[in-house]
Design a protein around this ligand. Structure first.
Ligand code: MN
Length: 208
């Protein structure tokens, strides 16, 4: 394990209660770097945007979700690293637990950094291509200089073939409101409750 990125992640959770995976950093994958976006109805609804790097998922909470309109910059608050296994988590975090509420896998796929991610992160400007089912094309994550104890970034769509104008972008998140893996809505996920359910495209639904 290179650095204990996931110490805080593990400290915040009681794995006897929540079905979320125990954090364990994995070896840096050399080829495809994964990304996931999880819609999370916690105290405040947000989209958790996670990019694989150094064997963990670097995370940002995008409050309003991604916008395909390049003029519409979305606040992305940096949050703690998550384990790679978290990409497969869809379900309900039980009441009283950190981040209690339903989580939906809204999109997943791979991301292609334009340059070395460490270098770009240090600079506060990460440019990347994303190949998901819903997320496409080139994007920027730009760190704001505002003094705040939180690290505030902006998620911005680049002007490319996948960009949408204000009108076309307006209903995108309302229209695309189901799990990309299971096809479930947030209501379905809530109903299924807090049981240990992991799911992935490659495998049939596993319930234990
Ligand atoms: Mn969250």
């Amino acid at each position: 394990m290179p650095r204990d990125f996931l110490k805080r992640y593990n400290e915040k959770r009681n794995f006897g209660i929540t079905a979320e995976p125990i954090g364990q950093a994995e070896k840096q994958t050399k080829t495809n770097l994964h990304f996931v976006i999880q819609l999370h109805e916690a105290t405040r609804t947000h989209y958790d945007f996670r990019l694989e790097w150094h064997g963990v998922m670097k995370s940002w909470a995008v409050i309003k979700g991604p916008s395909f309109d390049p003029a519409d910059k979305r606040l992305a608050v940096r949050t703690g690293d998550h384990p790679l296994d978290y990409n497969e988590f869809e379900g309900v975090i039980p009441d009283g637990q950190y981040g209690a509420g339903p989580v939906m896998i809204w999109d997943e796929g791979i991301w292609i950094p334009e340059d070395n991610p460490d270098k770009m992160e240090k600079k506060g400007h990460i440019t990347f291509k994303i190949e998901g089912s819903r997320m496409k094309g080139q994007w920027h994550l730009v760190r704001m200089r505002t003094p705040d104890k939180r690290e505030n970034w902006l998620l911005i769509k680049c002007k490319d073939d996948f960009a949408l104008n204000k009108t076309k972008n307006a209903d995108f998140l309302k229209r695309e409101n189901t799990s990309i893996v299971t096809g479930r809505t947030m209501v379905d996920i809530r109903k299924a409750g807090t049981g240990k359910t992991t799911c992935h495209k490659k495998y049939p639904l596993k319930v234990s």
